[in-house]
Design a protein around this ligand. Sequence first.
Ligand code: GSH
Length: 323
Amino acid sequence: MVPAAPLVRTARLLWHSQWEVLMGGLGPADAQGRYRRPAAAFCETPPLPAEAGETGAHVLIVGRSCPWAHRAWLVWSLRQLGGSIELLVVEPDPAAGRWRFAQPFERCSTLLDLYRRSGGDPGARATVPALYSRRQERILVGESARLIELLNRWPAAAEAPDLAPVADSAAIERWRDRLQDHVNDGVYRCGFARNQAAYDEAEGALFETLDALEASLAADASGAGWLVGSETPSLADVVLFPTLIRMEMVYAPLFGCSRRPLWMLPALWRWRARFFALEGVAATCSAPHWRADYFGALFPLHPSGIVPAGPDLATLVNSRAQP
Ligand SMILES: N[C@@H](CCC(=O)N[C@@H](CS)C(=O)NCC(=O)O)C(=O)O
């Protein structure tokens, strides 16, 4: 009989080298094992298309679980752009590791086909969100940071909010830069870290930023409770929400972002409930899809594929439920 200890040691070694290979499929890492998000295709800021505002001329392609798509969906929703931009939700295909259309779209069955037909680099990833022009028959933008800026300039009803007023633009930019690296990408840097040191660095930066957000919201003298101290939410609030709303559902249990549960940050907890209550936001949230996609698709992090039960979304967005 083979002694148990050497068997376990060998199995661990073999599994670890397999795990490294599988993690490489999720995304690249630098020499220190830190996750490095690959560049997106169609990431330039395009000018506002001449046909912007025409009914049905553009299609916003999103996936329910994706936080980057969620921010574009939120701007579309808050500015009520549904009259001119159609929303198309793609489905995940975990076996193939790509997005597919429920019905063929522009004669394409996968998002990858649409990226290729749009002239995207054949080796590049086909990511959501993407803004497609029916007239130009191509994807115009495939990078969420640029897309939300474009959607904020899109022709809209007079009462549609401006999410980046000039007076607040410097403060919005400051928060967006910090959130992008340490919170939005920060949770992925925790979850996709290849070693303890890489995880520790990302996790430290994430919670330092959440503490800074908490302090800033707690000190807000305006009483409105938005990130840059404005009367109404801005793009800084928009980019924070998709990450924070997935915290207990996905990022704490799966990516190890669990040092402090959100209820211990009461100003942030209330901020999240306030944002969720904005008109049109609840319809962009589907916790069962988030959990099924993350736990089901990220095989190297969760090989069983079992989707654990999670908290009820309603309890997380109830400002009174915070202890
Ligand atoms: N930089 C992109 C990242 C978007 C992104 O990574 N989307 C993921 C889903 S959360 C995706 O579509 N991945 C598909 C793939 O990598 O093939 C953005 O912000 O728009």
